[in-house]
Ligand binder design. Structure first.
Ligand code: SAM
Length: 251
């Protein structure tokens, strides 16, 4: 069942990450995506996003970009961490962006801080000048792109010198007991929940296969370093199955 591992940093990933298929898959599950996230992570995903937002080390007046923003939750964590920052969310799936904008409008009515904009664009071809952002974040996004090195090269390119790239992503656990637990959770529980909640088992069967095919945490750190980021480090969260990577654009 496990997919063959890609050569580290090769960008040659074995799963079908053809952009139109990825977009169609997220388009289909957009309306139930948030509920599935809560269920799949036992409600911990919000806490992990807050940790990622705090690692962005934003200060008032700074600009941040959240790529693969989906329904906007990491972009919302960024503005909560720094209400006086201009945060842009970016994604290429219109249905996910529509949910993000609806949620932003509801938050604005409550008087909560909201991102500056949600923009439709491709992470692999970011429509921004070099060195624009104090921080660029991505949550559960890079696993879906066909060229991971290029994704990090683009994120590094638009980060200003000394700014941070922060990546929150599912990863293969490092211990055998944790691998067994997560194989059961992601291989059986998650696809069943996916079928019951979203009516789409295939999108949630993709999760364990895409994690197995994705670079491990050490390999991902090496990909980030090769993209030109420095002081790359990571810590594991969520019983070992989530990694929070941080790298800095050279000053
Ligand atoms: C698993 S969701 C993550 C959403 C959000 N970051 C979160 O924390 O829940 C992955 C998102 O990445 C987007 N995505 C995948 N490849 C992309 C690309 N090349 N450019 C822009 N967005 C992309 C998908 O449309 C989807 O909304």
């Amino acid at each position: 069942m496990a997919s063959p591992r890609p050569a580290p940093g090769s960008g040659d990933l074995p799963l079908d990450r053809e952009p139109s298929r990825i977009e169609a898959m997220f388009g289909d599950i957009a309306s139930r995506y948030d509920l599935m996230n809560r269920l799949m992570t036992a409600g911990l995903d919000g806490r992990w996003r807050r940790m990622a937002a705090s690692e962005a080390r934003l200060s008032p007046g700074g600009e941040a970009l959240d790529v693969c923003c989906g329904t906007g939750d990491l972009a919302f964590s960024l503005v909560e961490a720094c209400p006086a920052c201009a945060v842009t969310g970016l994604d290429f799936t219109p249905a996910m962006l529509a949910r993000a904008r609806e949620k932003a409008a509801a938050r604005a009515r409550r008087g909560d801080p909201v991102p500056h904009a949600f923009l439709e664009a491709d992470l692999l071809d970011l429509p921004f000048d070099d060195g624009r952002f104090a921080a660029v974040t991505v949550g559960w996004g890079v696993r879906n792109v066909p060229d991971v090195p290029r994704a990090f090269a683009e994120m590094a390119r638009v980060t200003r010198p000394g700014g941070r790239v922060v990546c929150l992503e599912s990863t293969l656990p490092s211990t055998s007991w944790s691998r067994r637990f997560h194989a059961l959770w992601q291989g059986c529980v998650v696809p069943t929940l996916g079928r019951l909640v979203s009516g789409d088992r295939s999108a949630y069967s993709y999760l364990p296969a895409s994690v197995a095919a994705f670079p491990g945490a050490d390999e991902l750190a090496a990909v980030m370093s090769r993209a030109g980021l420095v002081r790359v480090r990571y810590r594991r969260l969520g019983l070992d199955a989530v990694a929070l990577h941080v790298g800095e654009a050279p000053a």
